[in-house]
Design a protein around this ligand. Structure first.
Ligand code: KG4
Ligand code: ZN
Length: 334
């Protein structure tokens, strides 16, 4: 079966095509809205929706051309409808609903965070092996920080998530406070790697929130960094670098300590980390035993949605959605 998968949950119009029989990815297109958002220093939801209106049809055309198939050869459509920016999700869901109807083919709605969760399996499409189950898996993206116990394909339990901001949100906002350009999260990582010394990482004792169970919390850190900056402005570059390195360390420490707690308490040694923040070089260095997918598999893409659809198809659980399928902005695990 040939599945065309779409993700428009945030500010990238993503389309991928997979052949479930040969387990080959035939196309993987990511059309980023980075240029449209740069002037605003962050994602503007209304602009993301409008960018998808233009970017999604182009990305579908490009994916179809790359795959060497015709649109009529697509057997099934899959689209993420939760969680994400409501307007952005609506464009993807409405488009796929209409396209599937026009082509007289079924479509399914899938969960974006679940797609991140199984994104490590993308490596198998490139002939590589991935760690055997069980995993303690952490999905760290711009809007979510969620930990799971994954026992098998599609078999997992949500352990806990953030009480307030996601780790990616903390990276983005702290980078913005330090006047880094959009997208500030990856810029902060690069900047610290280039300019900071090892001592900078522990120079400022920013708070590590004490949270219960397997929860996370990053809003206090964001406030602490803001207050530190306000008290000392104007800042020279060396101080800004020190703040960036110390704040990054606080985020990474919080993630690492909750992962360690989960692996110890659950008796599971394999850690898997994915989502955009899994690209962070300090996080990768701090937890060298964890499995991190390739950076392009960690950030938003539709190939992971195609893989998730394939898993559901193989389990005979790929449900066709109906015409009233809609979007759900929040996460349904919690
Ligand atoms: O998974 P993703 O691409 O999109 C969402 O589903 O949100 O994650 C995007 C998030 C953004 O907050 C971005 O700043 C963060 O991942 N990110 C990073 C790095 N690369 C991406 N944060 C820290 N260091 C990085 N290298
Ligand atoms: Zn994502």
């Amino acid at each position: 079966m040939k599945i065309l998968a779409v993700d428009t949950s945030c500010d990238e119009s993503c389309v991928a095509i997979v052949d479930t029989e040969t387990n080959r990815l035939l196309a993987d297109v990511v059309h980023s809205h980075i240029d449209a958002m740069a002037a605003y220093g962050g994602v503007v939801p209304e602009i993301a929706s409008r960018e998808h209106l233009v970017g999604l049809p182009l990305a579908i055309d490009q994916a179809i051309k790359k795959s060497g198939l015709s649109l009529a050869e697509i057997d099934w459509f899959a689209v993420t409808n939760r969680p994400g920016l409501v307007g952005a999700l609506l464009v993807g869901v409405s488009y796929i609903k209409a396209l599937a109807f026009a082509m007289n083919k079924p479509f399914s709605t899938l969960n974006h965070i679940e797609a991140h969760l199984f994104s490590p399996l993308l490596a198998t499409l490139e002939g590589e092996t991935v760690p055997a189950f069980p995993w303690v898996a952490l999905v760290v993206s711009g809007g979510h920080t969620e930990m799971f116990l994954v026992e098998d394909f599609l078999k997992y339990r949500w352990l806990g998530g953030t009480r307030d901001d996601a780790a990616g949100e903390a990276f983005d906002k702290i980078g913005k406070l330090l006047k880094l350009s959009y997208p500030a999260g990856p810029q902060l990582d690069r900047w610290v790697k280039e300019k900071a010394s090892e001592a900078d990482r522990s120079a400022i004792a920013f708070p590590r929130a004490q949270v219960s169970g397997y929860e996370f919390s990053f809003s206090g850190l964001k406030t602490a960094v803001n207050e530190y900056i306000l008290k000392r402005s104007p800042l020279d570059e060396a101080t800004r670098v020190t703040i960036a390195a110390s704040a990054q360390e606080a985020i990474v420490d919080a993630l690492a300590s909750q992962l360690e707690k989960a692996t110890t308490e659950l008796g599971v040694s394999q850690v898997v980390i994915t989502g955009g923040v899994a690209c962070n070089s300090r996080l990768r260095a701090k937890i060298p035993t964890a499995y991190f997918p390739r950076p392009r598999h960690c950030t938003d893409n539709a190939a992971m949605v195609a893989v998730l659809a394939t898993l559901y198809a193989r389990a005979d659980r790929l449900e066709p959605a109906c015409g009233s399928a809609s979007v759900e902005p929040s996460l349904e695990f919690c």
